[in-house]
Design a protein around this ligand. Structure first.
Ligand code: NAG
Length: 238
């Protein structure tokens, strides 16, 4: 009798170990990794994921703190930014497919960055020497991400970790810049420069926006990476 009880206890304990899931409940794997299931799955996972997953040390991504100091997006321009990016929660997944360890995702999002900035140098043909508030809004930013995975075994458990990432983006709608004090102490020149930046938003977004988007993408991918490094492959790709 005692033996049976012991056996039951051992079995129950083993089962607890086997059943212990690392992934939070909101992550549901696709039974078959079809584009339709992936697209829906990633979209459905987004609202919970962006809030962060404390058990996996995954911080929130919306809002996302963005801080750069003396960043040089282009030769001759120096930019510091202490801001918050919002809008990942608006992202709509347009397509997703997984083949040969590569996940290809297309999405579009409305992104806003708000905070304090300092910038000096030359943008297109204007010189700026600014220090003030910044709000930059880009609607319909179209992103294509190609994420390459590889298996990695740790303590006998296989993880499917992110190995390489390549992200492309383009601005689907105009980008709006609202920056105060672009030319320190001179409101008239500041306003004229701001008007110029907005009239030439495409070139400005290319020169200044692209490095900032790349920075934000890197932050987000570093966070996404943690998910695949902490959750065993069997829970994500059954
Ligand atoms: C982005 O904002 C525009 C304008 O407010 C809206 O029409 C569009 O549906 C939004 N797109 C997303 C992906 O939220």
């Amino acid at each position: 009798m005692l033996k049976i009880v012991k056996a039951v206890i051992v079995f129950a304990t083993l089962q607890d170990i086997v059943l212990a899931r690392v992934a939070p409940d909101f992550i549901k794997a696709c039974p078959a990794i079809t584009p339709a299931c992936l697209k829906k799955n990633i979209q459905d996972t987004l609202p919970a994921f962006i809030k962060g997953v404390p058990s996996l040390n995954i911080e929130p991504t919306d809002p996302l703190q963005l801080m750069v100091k003396d960043f040089e997006p282009q030769a001759g321009i120096k930019l510091s930014l202490d801001g918050r990016m919002t809008g990942i929660k608006t992202c709509i997944v347009d397509s997703a497919k997984y083949e040969k360890n590569i996940l290809d995702i297309d999405l579009h999002c409305n992104i806003t960055i708000k905070g304090k900035y300092q910038a000096s140098g030359r943008i297109l043909i204007v010189s700026i020497n600014g220090d003030g508030d910044a709000k930059i809004k880009g609607n319909n930013i179209i992103v294509n991400a190609r994420l390459k995975f590889e298996d990695q075994v740790r303590n006998g458990i296989t993880y499917h970790v992110l190995k390489d990432t390549a992200v492309k983006h383009r601005f689907g709608d105009r980008v709006h810049f609202a920056l105060t004090n672009l030319f320190k102490g001179n409101p008239e020149i500041s306003n004229a420069v701001l008007t110029f930046l907005n009239e030439n938003w495409k070139e400005v977004a290319h020169e200044l926006g692209t490095p900032v988007v790349n920075l934000a993408v890197k932050r987000v991918l570093d966070i996404v990476k943690k998910l695949f490094t902490s959750v065993p492959k069997s829970e994500l790709f059954p």
